[in-house]
Design a protein around this ligand. Structure first.
Ligand SMILES: *Cc1c(COP(=O)(O)O)cnc(C)c1O
Length: 409
């Protein structure tokens, strides 16, 4: 019988024997691995035998976490990294060459947007499109397009990419489709069901969940035919073509760049991951309740949350995701100073993070989007009173009470 999501995560380490019958994979902090038979060492180096050679390319603890992420995403292989940004940067550096074209959603995590700016100075061209409609993606595709990149629920205004139709489009064109699944997590959504070839997760957010560890991962779903990808180096064209992509990402992205996840951190993330489903259910339920509360509140002008009927992709979100997630933004009514509002909150923390167990709030225009200037902010609909909320797992009455008192102050 196929096991459920949480059972699978809890028992995934035990699928291979664990030293001393430990119930989960211990921390392996060793940097180097000594082989009694030097021929065996050479085999591992050549990829002819499984094993570890040097800590920059991973260790048994990161491998156990990678196996867990693969299970969550129903993938064939995962490479882990020190942060989500390291995972994204490594993937693009490993797979792109000068002159390549990328089609990307214009609703992007700010640092990904900045990274794409860097890639464009290195000779890659990025076309940004409104990915809530597949036609816009289709129109941007060119003969030199190597891949299409989207996020699931965009931050801060919660636009939802046309994930299923973009997947169909990429499959029909033989294009690599990469989905950043951070905001939904594999519990709410599995991009493989919509034919994604690679999936990126920032483990720092919901998968780790406790705000105590940074990490990132790239998972290959096995759906993309790497023999169609022109940028695979000959020495990574091994017998099994399904492994070409992840092998090149491991070698060129992880080994050469060195954004390696430490064993101690991998262990912390793996522990956090055990309760992903429970936390997502609770945080999403809190978020839906709060969104409805804000929608009725006279001091809130606008609420961005996919679970509300007036959200432009409300129906799409219902079809694609298990819940509507735990991220929302609110625009305060005229005359309310967002800093005064935030300072009146007693429980909710003013912080730039998201996906934490604790509820966090941030005035977007004055922090994360400050650098881009007022004109670009206006284009993106980011007004000065916009506050992004990452809803946590607190008791819902306490959250409603805190926002209630802060809004009536
Ligand atoms: C946070 C985030 C990242 C980057 O992850 P880090 O672990 O902070 O580097 C990438 N994509 C999305 C959608 C994110 O929210």
């Amino acid at each position: 019988m196929k096991r459920g999501f949480t059972t699978t995560i809890l028992h995934s380490d035990l699928e291979s024997p664990i030293e001393h019958y430990a119930v989960h994979k211990p921390m392996h902090a060793a940097v180097a691995y000594g082989y009694p038979d030097a021929r065996e060492l050479a085999k591992v180096f050549k990829g002819e035998a499984p094993g570890y050679v040097y800590g920059r390319q991973g260790n048994p603890t990161t491998a156990a976490l990678e196996a867990k992420i693969s299970k969550m995403e129903d993938g064939i292989a995962t490479a882990s990294f020190s942060t989500g940004m390291a995972a994204i940067a490594a993937t693009f550096i490993a797979l792109l060459r000068t002159g390549d074209h990328v089609v990307s959603s214009s609703f992007l995590f700010g640092n990904t947007n900045s990274l794409f700016g860097t890639l464009s100075t290195l000779g890659c061209e990025i076309s940004y499109v409104d990915a809530t409609r597949v036609e816009n993606v289709a129109r941007a595709i060119r003969p030199d397009t190597r891949l299409v990149f989207v996020e699931t629920i965009a931050n801060p205004c919660t636009q939802i990419a046309d994930l299923a139709r973009i997947g169909e489009l990429c499959a029909s064109r033989g294009l690599l489709y990469i989905v950043d699944n951070t905001m939904t997590s594999p519990y709410l959504y599995r991009p493989k069901q919509n034919r994604a070839g690679l999936i990126i997760n920032s483990l720092t957010k919901y998968i780790g969940g406790h705000g105590n560890a940074l990490g990132g991962a790239v998972t290959d779903t096995g759906l993309y035919d790497w023999t169609r990808f022109p940028n695979i180096y000959d020495n990574y064209k091994t017998a099994n073509a399904a492994q070409w992509g992840i092998l090149q990402i491991r070698k060129k992205g992880l080994r050469d760049v060195g954004g390696t996840l430490a064993a101690e951190v991998a262990h912390r993330l793996a522990t956090g991951a055990e309760t992903l489903a429970l936390r997502m259910e609770r945080a999403s339920a809190n978020a839906l309740q709060l969104a409805r509360f804000f929608a009725r509140h006279p001091k809130v002008k606008k609420v961005y949350y996919p679970g509300l009927e007036d959200h432009p992709q409300h129906q799409l979100a219902g079809e694609l995701f298990k819940t509507y997630g735990a991220l929302m933004s609110i625009e305060l009514a005229d005359g309310i100073d967002c800093f005064d509002f935030l300072n009146r909150l007693k429980l909710v923390i003013s912080s730039s993070h998201l996906g934490d167990n604790r509820t966090l709030a941030i005035p977007i225009a004055h922090t994360i989007y400050w650098e881009m200037g007022p004109e670009r902010r206006a284009e993106m609909g980011i007004v000065d009173s916009l506050v992004r909320l990452s809803i946590g797992i607190e008791d819902s009455d306490d959250l409603v009470g805190d926002f209630q008192q802060a809004l009536s102050g």
